[in-house]
Ligand binder design. Structure first.
Ligand SMILES: O=c1[nH]cnc2c1ncn2[C@@H]1O[C@H](COP(=O)(O)OP(=O)(O)O)[C@@H](O)[C@H]1O
Ligand SMILES: [Ca+2]
Length: 513
């Protein structure tokens, strides 16, 4: 018998296995190519960096700041940062009234330093600004022509530098307050309005900004956005439109209430009640002794009104480190007897209710930092700050001097007065209660940049803060490419999986493998 013939086709060789392999290979190659393309395309381009220089001509000294930012991101918020600060040796420019040319020469070393920091080919395109604050405001009040001569001396020096000189002027107290407020909010990223909060504005605090407290040697500034309160005096009211949002800002600068002039005000007041020129001063350490010419005390317009024929020419000051008495003596320089508004700080100056968080910088920070009151994460409570200052004031001067041999004697001897003055100003002057005190953060730097008015000044003068929010795409280019690649891969994978499930090659079917 014939054996039954095996009919039909030969069992299929597993050809889909080959196709699968090819498909897999193509898939892997395409995926690698996509990722490689995305990475190469998004590699950061060589940076095009721009620079700007601002000189802060303060009453006690001048600082030169160099800032840099990526040219293509000029209008973003938070991109400009400080790369250098150079402290000019000697006094502030207002201290050169006897020899104005020296004021210009004093800047030379720091200008050289800036030349090293900025690449030579960019010197010509780098703007340089000088802003003078309360020391020069006082000198202008005292002798306008001398102040002008000092300003033209620094102007000539800056014009002769290789940088693009943009002006040297005395800025107003209002500007100083406003630019300090802009600086800290820019650096803290408070003008940034990206993310979901844009669509849920009720979740943001009313202004989303921090107030600014700046303490200098000759003036002090307070600036913040009050909560829906009308700003009752025009000279304290500023309006800004930044990144598409409007801000009604309260600001006041108290000339003569920087810590150096405040000390003069206090001493000039104390002098009225001495007969022989010796003064027992509760704001200096026990055992501290200082001799001053009374005429020096009255050279400033802050104290000039009190000048009188005193029967002595020298003041012999002796410390006794009594914090409570010191606070009482300081209190006398704040006049709280009249207020033509619904509420005032002191000297009849309008102050709306304090609102939100505050960043306190410059001498507020130097003093608190020296007293070790800035190191903790959360603010140190007011009662602990008070007891720290009290304890420090009561320490004998020779003990303090021995503990801090490297700190300038001028600073060291005045930290007791300065600590007490800061507490008087914030607590009694502005009305920071123990509860509100917790909203103050003492700031030296934010990131790499010093907190102060200079950055805000430059941002404003270079038009780097747009009034309206620049139109932006929802995603950055890199995120867009990344997401596109990811979605393409998911789509391809789903397609392959679909093909695989619905046209399962026979060789992979059960029993054929
Ligand atoms: O390291 C420090 N310790 C204590 N005080 C300092 C230190 N550095 C600067 N200061 C003080 O900070 C203040 C800065 O004032 P600035 O010179 O800016 O005057 P202004 O802003 O009133 O024009 C001055 O009183 C100066 O003595
Ligand atoms: Ca200052």
């Amino acid at each position: 018998m014939d054996e039954p013939k095996v009919t039909g086709t030969k069992p299929r060789t597993c050809c889909p296995r080959k196709s699968l392999l090819i498909l897999g290979f193509l898939f892997a190659s395409a995926a690698i190519a996509l990722v490689a393309m995305a990475v190469t395309q998004n590699k950061p381009l060589p940076k095009n960096i721009k620079y700007g220089i601002v000189l802060d001509a303060g009453s006690s000294h001048t600082n030169l700041y160099v800032y840099e930012w990526p040219a293509e991101k000029e209008n973003d918020t938070g991109v400009v940062h400080q790369v250098e600060v150079c402290t000019v040796q000697g006094s502030g420019i207002s201290g050169y009234s006897k020899d104005p040319d020296e004021a210009g020469l004093s800047l030379q070393n720091c200008i050289k330093r800036a030349q090293e920091m900025v690449p030579e080919q960019q010197h010509r395109d780098t703007p340089v600004y000088l802003g003078a604050t309360a020391g020069m405001r006082l000198l202008s009040l005292q002798n306008r022509s001398v102040a002008d001569r000092v300003l033209s001396a620094v102007e000539n020096m800056l014009r002769s530098s290789p940088f693009d000189f943009q002006g040297a002027r005395v800025i107003s107290g209002q500007e100083e307050g406003a630019y300090g407020w802009i600086t800290i909010n820019y650096l803290l990223g408070n003008f940034k309005q990206t993310g979901w909060l844009d669509f849920l504005p009720h979740l943001q605090s009313s202004s989303g900004t921090s107030g600014a407290l700046d303490l200098g040697g000759a003036s002090t500034q307070i600036t913040f956005v009050p909560d829906h309160e009308p700003i009752e005096s025009q000279e304290n009211s500023l309006h800004f439109r930044l990144y598409g949002k409007s801000y009604n800002v309260y600001t006041h600068s108290f000339l003569c209430y920087g810590k150096d002039q405040a000390l003069r005000l206090k001493l000039a007041g104390d002098l009225q009640s001495t007969q022989n020129g010796s003064l027992l001063d509760p704001c200096f350490h026990p055992g501290y002794f200082r001799v001053m010419n009374t005429s020096d005390l009255y050279t400033s317009p802050c104290t000039a009104n009190g000048e009188q024929q005193l029967p002595f020419r020298r003041l012999h000051l002796q410390g006794n480190g009594d914090y409570q008495v010191c606070r009482k003596a300081i209190q006398k320089i704040f006049n709280t007897s009249h207020c033509p508004y619904s509420s005032c700080s002191f000297n009849g100056i309008f102050l709306p209710p304090l609102q939100g968080k505050f960043g306190a910088f410059s001498a507020f920070y130097f003093v608190m930092n020296f007293l070790n009151l800035t190191t903790e994460k959360s603010p140190v409570p007011l009662n602990r700050v008070t007891s720290t200052v009290q304890r420090f004031c009561s320490r004998p001067w020779n003990e303090v001097k021995a503990e801090f041999p490297n700190i300038k004697e001028k600073y060291l001897s005045e930290y007791c007065f300065s600590g007490a003055y800061i507490l008087s100003l914030l607590e009694n002057g502005y009305g920071f209660t123990a509860e509100k005190w917790q909203n103050i953060q003492f700031l030296g730097k934010i990131g790499s940049s010093d907190a102060g008015w200079t950055l805000g000044y430059m941002l404003n003068l270079t038009n780097m803060i747009p009034a309206e929010k620049p139109p932006t795409r929802p995603l950055s280019h890199a995120s867009y490419v990344g997401l596109m690649v990811f979605c393409s891969l998911v789509l391809v994978a789903v397609l392959l999986l679909g093909c695989f499930i619905f046209h399962k090659p026979k060789c992979l079917q059960k029993g054929l493998i």
